[in-house]
Design a binder for this molecule. Structure first.
Ligand SMILES: *[C@@H]1O[C@H](CO)[C@@H](O)[C@H](O)[C@H]1NC(C)=O
Ligand SMILES: *[C@@H]1O[C@H](CO)[C@@H](O)[C@H](O)[C@H]1NC(C)=O
Length: 193
């Protein structure tokens, strides 16, 4: 009797051991994800950076930096240009003057996505080309009600020094020409490592 109980106990123990071994092996062999501690990826201290620059949206002339790539049949008669899609590679500078120091570009798309006011869907990457941020990018997506004094957009990510970026950007129109060319002041607040 006692011998039987011992055998049963050993059998149960063996079964539990086998199952846990199998599970571990399965995770090792077939898993594509694992838990990593942030310092192993060099992520030590989170920083909060404030970036300030001017964005030049040049829509006219042969040096235009934003071009219309698509529109809808209603765009021409729509008071809000509804349906217009532009692709931009807009210079970013330190000062409001286009001739001031270049810090990077804003590359992406804006689309007139509102029928009730001029409201753009902004989807762009800030590509920095100077100093320690050279080659790093910040990705922004959000709504731009262009005639509001301050517009706010989520920062949804980044690359290089801006890996794991999150935060927000605020835009304020510095100048707007009758042609549509605009200089926009940007303040970007971003958490990154
Ligand atoms: C376009 O850019 C070139 C080179 O920077 C410059 O010489 C020219 O004056 C610009 N043209 C216009 C219309 O701004
Ligand atoms: C930025 O990086 C590129 C590519 O590595 C390099 O060619 C360029 O000289 C750098 N610019 C500055 C201002 O450091």
């Amino acid at each position: 009797m006692a011998k039987n109980k011992t055998l049963t106990f050993l059998f149960i123990l063996f079964t539990i051991f086998s199952i846990s071994t199998l599970t571990t092996t399965a995770t090792k062999n077939h898993g594509f994800a694992r838990v990593l501690s942030p310092p192993k990826l060099g992520l030590k201290r989170q920083k909060l950076s404030h970036l300030h620059f001017y964005f030049h949206d040049i829509v006219t002339g042969k040096n235009a930096t934003a071009v219309r790539v698509a529109e809808a049949p209603v765009t021409k008669t729509s008071p809000t240009a509804f349906g217009a899609v532009n692709v931009m590679d807009d210079p970013l500078t330190l000062k409001p003057e286009l001739s001031s120091e270049r810090v990077g570009s804003a590359q992406g798309i804006y689309a007139a996505a509102s029928q009730s006011e001029v409201g753009l869907l902004m989807d762009l990457n800030f590509v920095f080309t100077t100093g320690k941020f050279n080659g790093s990018t910040i990705s922004l997506i959000g709504r731009n009600s262009v005639f509001s004094n301050i517009r706010e957009f989520p920062i949804v990510g980044g690359s290089g020094l801006f890996r794991f970026a999150r935060g927000y950007a605020q835009a304020h129109t510095y100048s707007l020409e009758p042609t549509g060319d605009a200089v926009v002041e940007y303040n970007v607040y971003v958490f990154h490592y």
